[in-house]
Ligand binder design. Structure first.
Ligand code: ATP
Length: 865
């Protein structure tokens, strides 16, 4: 509808939103918020929820529109606020935050989730683990938690959280010295990571094997035993590492070990070993290899490996490194080979010492091959290239046997409980892979994912059915999407790809070309199989998650799980009991009959048994998503995430849901949202009747009313929203009109009253101004008068005061002068009398003058006072 908000496909951002400007047949014109206009196919547009909350919903099934863009928008807006977990029903989607969020996983959080129903608290792996644990206890059914996702998506981290929670719930309070089962299970992680993890372009700590950990519980719900099953360790990495990846962590740890260990194993700089220096990446920022070495040895102790065993393990690891440095040159005989130089000889010697086998025998096993025919035994020399291949084959088989031994040892140390009542299995397995070049490993990985996908589809389908049954609605017509045809193509016996590969491996003359031809012939009409136009040996399988083209070049070699008899004999004869135990003598029969055993078939068997276990459990799913390829926080790449949601089956789950009734709403939510279509229902207390009335008025068909929810077919929610938008649109026009009138009137009235007020004010102001002016003038006259008067008075007063004070001081002065004169006169008379009395006769004139002068002096002197 023109004016409504929609999602349309976009090559860069997967889905973008905008407002519909025009609809022209099968094309719509959409205006984006950036004002950019785009044209898209009407069929590819999806409605946008006008009521979508900016913080999203914690369960995708609560979305009004359960479609790709809605799912993507919801995950993105939650990721933006570090809400990395979201449910899709009971499936947990975990988007890798690429940053530590410790507050999400502490003990308090574990306590919070204990015993709380799924969905009551925010989505979390603890909630999934708790739900599995409760279901196991309450319903006595074994459980499985399947964690999947592409490399670096966070499977191993999620698995650790799940295991921690299960250990917390089922752990024993044990005061004995002996470590508990759950401690051993948790400590097995660092050991398996040291030997089975490596840095890859996609993950700095990538598990190069699949893992199924089975926790066994007693009738009280306590962990009583455990078992770890591993799948398909990537062997080729031991000899071949491409830049900027690394080999398995244990090699670097050992090179960084304390000096006495490094000396003991004749090691040194990792850059000096060919199996490590093919890549420039040696040290990792986030990993301290020396510390990891110590931690790994400690963990090895916890899982029951004694010092002697630990020494032997690292001796074998060092032996492999030395073996890798043995290079070959042409020997004396034609097409023969021998160690290239003294350096190679010295490494050969070191390898022999570390494997505790005979040096000469080691050299022969690398440079020669024995063929047994019906009549005779022929020894054939190998050329330098073949000897190098033989060396690498030996390194790979030793490492793979070592890894199997570690897993076995851990299992023995943890201990199985044969009386256990139920188990909870946690599967951490590689997700679907599709690279530029895909080899046998990708083929096996994708087979695993097809199998798990089928299991997942069946489960989601079952859950849907259960929901419909609970709600008592008719679900009979829902179609089930099945990938059985792909599984048949790969593993059907006889005639599947694996069977044809095994056949090819058994015929000595087969090559990857003949194998590919056979595939093209056999599957020319299979719609899941195709031959790429420009290739003679590749083949493409149309997997549930998309097309993958495989290169057959190394399929035959990689499928052969074959220990060269010379290698077997050499190491079985090792003086080190640990090494010889890795190569127990083969049963007489198998060593004679066929030297070939198929990795593909063995893996298929392993998967079969895994699926059998899973089928006997109630599954729970954790889908891990890697939001970007730069492994950094806060970057959410739509296309990338969408691809993973498709591969991880999340979109398939949604599709299954869409096949039935993808939109469902609780009665009260439905009424809240759509009562506008039938306003009279607001007064109804019967919610079902109210919902029915709304649906009747909207002229929809095919919907179902359950016991607590309304179930709508795909597209019906949009239809209802459209009707609602129309009514809202009409109402809003009416409201706008009324509002405009009201506003205009209000504005007019207020303007008018303002004008009047201004007029009145102005008039008032004028009057006031006049009055004020007059008042001011009067006041100024008064002031003038007063001032004058004041000045006058003040100056008179001052004059008067001065006169009085002058008078007073004059008077005082004259009085003083008079007094002084009198005093002087009196003094002169006294002095005269004195003189006269002195002379007692009439003084002479001289005396008289003298006394006069004395009197004068005296008078002058006193005048000076
Ligand atoms: N919940 C999380 N919190 C913090 N960081 C995480 C979380 N999940 C994953 N990471 C980060 O992502 C990295 C890759 O995660 P992880 O090793 O679990 O991926 P994976 O899916 O097991 O990959 P692979 O298949 O290669 O083994 C981790 O080393 C960690 O740095």
């Amino acid at each position: 509808m023109v004016g409504s908000e929609v999602w349309v496909e976009d090559p860069d951002d997967a889905w973008v939103d905008g407002e519909v400007l025009e609809i022209n047949g099968d094309e719509i014109k959409v205006k984006r918020t950036s004002n950019k206009t785009i044209v898209a196919k009407t069929s590819s547009a999806h409605p946008k929820d006008p009521e979508f909350s900016p913080t999203g919903v914690d369960d995708m099934t609560k979305l009004a529109y359960l479609h790709e863009p809605g799912v993507l928008q919801n995950l993105k807006c939650r990721y933006d606020v570090n809400e990395i977990y979201t449910y899709t029903g009971s499936i947990l989607i975990a988007v890798n935050p690429f940053q530590r969020l410790p507050h999400l996983y502490n003990l308090q959080v574990m306590q919070k989730y204990k015993g709380v129903a799924l969905g009551e608290l925010s989505p979390h792996p603890f909630a999934i683990a708790d739900s599995a644990y409760r279901q196991m206890i309450n319903e006595s059914i074994s459980q499985a938690i399947l964690v999947s996702g592409e490399s670096g998506a966070g499977k191993t981290e999620s698995t650790k959280m799940l295991m921690r929670y299960l250990a917390y719930m089922g752990g024993k309070v044990d005061n004995t010295e002996e470590r508990s089962v759950e401690q051993k299970v948790l400590e097995s992680n660092p050991v398996l990571e040291a030997f089975g993890n490596a840095k890859t372009v996609r993950n700095n700590n990538s598990s190069r094997f699949g893992k199924f950990v089975e926790l066994q519980f007693d009738h009280r719900g306590r962990i009583s035993g455990a078992a770890i099953r591993t799948y398909l360790l990537e062997r080729s990495r031991v000899c071949q590492v491409s830049d900027p990846e690394r080999n398995y962590h244990c090699f670097y740890m050992l090179c960084a070990a304390p000096k006495e260990d490094v000396d003991k194993y004749k090691l040194g700089n990792p850059k000096s070993f060919r199996y490590l220096n093919q890549s420039n990446c040696i040290a990792l920022d986030a990993i301290n290899d020396a510390e990891e070495y110590v931690a790994t040895r400690r963990a090895m102790g916890v899982v029951g490996m004694n010092q002697e065993e630990q020494d032997a393990i690292f001796r074998v690891v060092a032996g492999i490194l030395h073996l890798g440095n043995v290079e070959f040159a042409k020997g004396k005989e034609i097409d023969s080979s021998q160690p290239k130089d003294d350096k190679s000889r010295s490494h050969l010697k070191n390898a022999a010492e570390l494997f505790m086998c005979d040096e000469k025998a080691l050299e022969e096993s690398l440079c020669k091959r024995v063929f047994v025919t019906r009549d005779e035994t022929i020894t054939k020399a190998l050329d330098p290239d073949a000897a190098a291949l033989s060396r690498d084959a030996l390194a790979k088989i030793v490492y793979s046997k070592l890894f199997d031994w570690l897993v076995e040892k851990i299992n023995v140390a943890i201990g199985q409980d044969s009386d256990s009542k139920f188990l909870i299995g946690v599967l951490d397995i590689y997700g679907f892979e599709s690279f530029k070049t895909n080899s046998f490993e990708q083929f096996c990985i994708n087979l695993t994912n097809e199998k798990l996908q089928q299991h997942f589809n069946q489960h989601v389908f079952k859950m849907e059915q259960e929901e419909y049954e609970r709600e008592k609605i008719d679900w009979s017509y829902i179609e089930f999407v099945d990938n059985q045809d792909i599984l048949d193509l790969i593993e059907k016996k006889p005639g599947g790809i694996i069977a044809l590969l095994d056949e090819a491996c058994m015929f000595p003359r087969s090559t990857h070309e003949t194998f590919a031809q056979k595939l093209y012939q056999t599957f020319k009409d299979n719609k899941r199989f195709s031959k790429p136009k420009l290739s003679r040996t590749d083949f493409t399988i149309c997997h549930y998650a998309g097309d993958v083209t495989y290169q057959t070049d190394l399929f035959l070699d990689k499928n052969k799980d074959y220990v060269v008899p010379e290698h077997q004999a050499l190491l079985a004869a090792s003086k080190c009991s640990f090494v010889s135990s890795l190569f127990p003598p083969l049963p007489e029969e198998s060593s004679k009959s066929s030297k070939f055993s198929s990795i593909g078939s063995a893996f298929k068997q392993q998967l079969q048994s895994l699926l059998e276990t899973l089928n006997s459990t109630e599954p729970h799913y954790v889908r891990c998503v890697k939001p970007n390829n730069v492994l950094k926080p806060a970057i959410f790449e739509n296309n990338n995430v969408l691809q993973q949601l498709r591969c991880g089956g999340v979109m398939e789950a949604i599709r299954i849901s869409c096949a039935g009734f993808p939109s469902r709403k609780q009665f009260h939510e439905f009424i809240d949202r759509f009562a506008i279509l039938a306003p009279e229902v607001r007064s109804k207390s019967d919610k079902i009747a109210a919902c029915k009335k709304i649906l009747e008025k909207s002229n929809l068909g095919g919907y179902q009313i359950g016991k607590t929810k309304v179930f709508l077919r795909a597209g019906q929610m949009a239809e209802l929203d459209g009707q609602r938008a129309e009514i809202l649109g009409r109402s809003s026009t009416k409201i706008q009109r009324k509002c405009c009138t009201y506003m205009c009137r209000k504005k007019f009235v207020s303007l008018r009253s303002s004008a009047i007020q201004i007029q009145a004010f102005c008039r008032g102001q004028l009057g006031r101004h006049l009055y004020e002016g007059m008042r001011r003038e009067a006041a100024s006259l008064n002031i003038q008068k007063y001032t004058r008067r004041f000045i006058k008075r003040k100056s008179y007063k001052n004059l008067w005061f001065s006169a009085v004070s002058i008078q007073a001081s004059l008077r005082a002065l004259s009085a003083r002068n008079e007094l002084r004169f009198r005093k002087q006169t009196l003094a002169a008379i006294v002095i005269q009398q004195y003189f006269w009395s002195c002379y007692s006769r009439m003084p002479t004139e001289a005396e008289h003058n003298f006394s006069l002068s004395v009197v004068t002096v005296f008078v002058n002197m006193s005048a000076g006072f």
